[in-house]
Ligand binder design. Structure first.
Ligand code: ADP
Length: 252
């Protein structure tokens, strides 16, 4: 199946999710409250232990939920966009494997004549890293990720020219019901603590803020392909705009 970032989940989706997270937190607090009332009149030690275990789990869940909210609400440093060109993207892609498990390799295939595009290099790096982490998570026994970039004249009939960056894995893929929710903030299939469900929404926001888009194609058991489209920017740039300024990229 294919799923795209266009739809009800727009750029403000993280803020929109806050009431739902608060709702979740209240539900978990209700569980804890119920557990406490049960404990009060519980004489059996084994039973008390089970209740306390459930309540500890619930406390951890609330802690995770509130951490997610804080992360989403934290003011981010302002984006500093600049012209990103093929060689910079290639250098960046070449450092991605350092942040991934040792049994994961990253093949970078950046078209030598790649057009320039506008992005904050730091945000671009984290967007790519998010996608590669997801790919690595889908290949628990290790494997290869391809990060490729090419020029696209007019994807799906669009009037503009785009640079397309794809991240491909041949991991476990997503069933339809996961794919259709993949861009929903806080949606995760990962264990609490290892997934926040904010990776793809962040990538989506990164693309859409620059007039781009992100699409996912995935097949259960076959793998996943994420397509990131960013509008072409000409090196000349308009006077007074940051376009055309090259910004030093330092992986962190
Ligand atoms: P997180 O990685 O923290 O769970 P994301 O928003 O990045 O949050 O991803 C949401 C969900 O989409 C993941 O939990 C996973 O189920 C699914 N997913 C994302 N990328 C991939 C991939 N490359 N292969 C398989 N499933 C994926």
């Amino acid at each position: 199946g294919v799923f795209s970032s266009r739809g009800p989940e727009g750029a403000g989706a993280i803020a929109d999710a806050a009431p739902f997270v608060v709702h979740d937190i209240n539900n978990v607090l209700a569980v804890i409250g119920g557990g406490l009332r049960l404990l009060e009149c519980q004489d059996d030690a084994a039973c008390r232990k089970a209740i306390v275990g459930k309540m500890e789990e619930a406390v951890m869940r609330v802690a995770l939920l509130s951490r997610q909210l804080l992360d989403a609400a934290r003011p981010r440093p302002k984006s500093i966009d600049g012209l990103v060109e093929g060689r910079r993207l290639a250098a960046m892609a070449g450092t991605l494997d350092m942040a991934l498990p040792p049994d994961i390799t990253v093949h970078a295939e950046i078209a030598p004549d790649l057009w320039g595009f506008n992005a904050d290099p730091e945000e671009l790096y984290f967007a790519l890293l998010n996608l590669c982490r997801n790919a690595a998570d889908a290949m628990p026994d290790g494997g290869a990720i391809t990060v490729a970039a090419r020029n696209v004249e007019s994807p799906a009939g669009a009037a503009r020219e785009f640079v397309e960056i794809i991240v491909v894995d041949d991991g476990e893929g997503m069933p339809e019901e996961v794919l259709s929710q993949a861009f929903t903030p806080y949606f995760t299939t990962k264990a609490p603590g290892s997934g926040t469900g904010l990776g793809l929404p962040q990538v989506q926001r990164f693309a859409e803020r620059r007039g781009g888009a992100v699409f996912i194609e995935s097949e259960r058991g076959a793998g996943t392909l994420v397509r990131l489209f960013l509008p072409r920017v000409h090196a000349a740039g308009r006077p007074g705009s940051v376009v055309g300024t090259e910004i030093a990229y330092t992986p962190s």
